[in-house]
Ligand binder design. Structure first.
Ligand code: ATP
Length: 479
């Protein structure tokens, strides 16, 4: 059977498909939604869990120098003063006098032209420079098309504020964390002591972060609530040059994206930050970018060199000693840090974009929609399909299905509609294998196993089935 495959590459179509199939729903939909909030459905949560678990395996279980942590979202507000977020975690907000809408000035420029003003530093470009450029280059309001309608950009702090405490007058203002990293820094000494860990070592954390983004959008790419997966890796710059560690971690991040998550390398690139884009404490940052349907976008920071900035700030603001004691040399110092930082929701989105195909199949008039997830990411690993419900076929299929589930293989049972329709349904779910139980199965306990991507079928018995249920066996069957 021959296939003509085509990647869909359209976010609106993807969002519609995700809603239909139970990957991602609009948040609070029955109340008309809450703009730019999204809920992961039964298939989406499996995909997300699989990516999160693979990340944890890659960074924590497959190495012996990185420990896990799960710190609180709410932290003492002093943390955010020390980290610099209160003073400078801001984006340039510009008002349009035409539509009365608000935009991020730097993103407007990126959206409408490849040119950049002198002194360009992304969101850190001075407001006057951004303003002049918006006017000089006739950057239009995306809503109305009108130019020359801009106010002077002002810096807008992205942190979400809330109140802690029962009585309003006793309530103290606190923040929802805008990154998971600071929870790691304040626990640096705890983890080092509890694990009796020598430098170098890292701490990994996965959890929610919140940013009051000015222009969220592009489906789940930019939202105000999202999940981060971050590592802070502590080392002694007197012992190992920072570049050595930076490159090792950058390559390890790249490996995760290309070999574990298996995104198409044609849709990926590494991008070093320009010197004026860097945070004041950073000597180097390299992002991994993905070619989304709307253009290249940051998927993750493969590595950001933060120097000794964070621990030094926390030492100064808390008055607590954040130094590490090298007992062999009897030398105390504040370790330097390199940070690989991933956005889980952006990874899920990139995987959905990368894997969503519409194919024409020889001998069929209906195009086939298929999610070509790598085996390890697929929500269900297998679908069990009784050819008929009668004559004992359903009973045997149920037995096989329950047996696999009890072994921890997450599979689905599907007996609704014709076999052809059920195959198509599972293709849309991204299920790698379909196992059909037919009349011959009743006689000799053999089954038809169908491969999602090649559509090829083999006849197998139950003993050999589990041999097929691995990433390697699925990939090998592709050739
Ligand atoms: P951007 O330039 O897109 O705003 P950033 O450079 O501010 O991103 P970081 O602070 O480096 O992002 O955060 C690390 C990762 O967290 C990003 O690579 C991204 O995957 C994810 N992330 C950051 N902001 C958001 C958001 N608003 N929605 C979803 N994911 C996000």
């Amino acid at each position: 059977m021959s296939l003509q495959e085509k990647r869909v590459n359209n976010l609106e179509e993807l969002a519609k498909f995700c809603n239909h199939k139970g990957f991602i729903f609009q948040g609070s939909a029955i109340y008309g939604g809450l703009a730019n909030t999204w809920d992961y459905g039964p298939l989406g949560v499996e995909l997300k869990n699989n990516i999160r678990q693979l990340w944890w395996k890659h960074w924590v279980y497959d190495r012996d120098d990185i420990h896990g942590l799960d710190s609180a979202i709410l932290m003492n507000p002093k943390v955010w003063e020390a980290s610099g977020h209160v003073a400078s975690f801001s984006d340039p907000l510009v008002d349009s006098k035409s539509s009365k809408k608000r935009y991020r000035a730097d993103k407007l420029i990126e959206q409408f032209t490849d040119e950049r003003p002198n002194g360009w530093a992304g969101e850190k470009t001075p407001p006057e420079v951004l303003y002049q450029f918006l006017i000089d280059k006739n950057i239009p309001d995306p809503e109305t098309g009108e130019t020359n309608c801009w106010t002077m950009p002002r810096m807008f702090n992205l942190m979400f504020k809330t109140k802690q405490g029962v009585l309003e007058d006793e309530a103290s203002e606190i923040y929802l964390r805008p990154e998971t990293a600071q929870g790691i820094f304040v626990n640096f000494k705890n983890v080092q002591r509890a694990m009796r860990q020598k430098i170098p070592f890292g701490i990994a954390q996965v959890g929610k972060a919140f940013r009051n983004e000015i222009t969220p959008g592009n489906f789940t790419f930019r939202t105000r609530e999202f999940e981060q997966m971050e590592v802070e890796y502590f080392f002694d710059p007197a012992q190992t040059p920072w570049r050595t560690i930076f490159e090792e971690l950058r390559d390890y991040s790249w490996k995760f994206i290309t070999e574990i998550i298996k995104l198409d390398p044609n849709n990926l690139r590494l991008r070093d930050h320009e010197p004026n884009e860097l945070s004041h404490y950073s000597k180097a940052t390299t992002d991994i970018e993905y070619k989304f349907p709307f253009g290249w976008g940051e998927l993750c920071a493969a590595g950001a060199y933060r120097g000794a900035f964070d621990l030094t700030q926390h030492q100064n603001y808390s008055g607590k000693d954040m130094e590490y004691h090298n007992q062999l040399e009897d030398r105390k110092y504040i370790p330097h840090v390199i940070e690989p930082s991933f956005g889980l929701d952006r990874l899920v989105l990139a995987v959905l974009v990368d894997c969503f195909y519409i194919e024409s199949v020889e001998g069929s008039t209906e195009p086939r929609k298929v999610m070509k997830f790598p085996y390890a990411l697929a929500p269900y690993k297998l679908a069990v399909l009784p050819l008929m419900e009668k004559d004992g076929l359903a009973e045997l299929a149920q037995k096989v299905y329950k047996n696999l589930r009890s072994q921890g293989i997450y599979c689905v049972y599907d007996d609704k509609g014709s076999i052809g329709k059920r195959y198509r349904r599972q293709d849309e779910n991204g299920t790698p294998w379909c196992l059909t139980v037919d009349y011959q199965s009743l006689e000799d306990n053999t089954f038809t196993l169908r491969h999602r991507d090649t559509l090829q079928q083999v006849r197998i018995n139950l003993k050999t089935l589990t041999e097929y249920l691995t990433p390697k066996a699925f990939d090998q069957s592709l050739t």
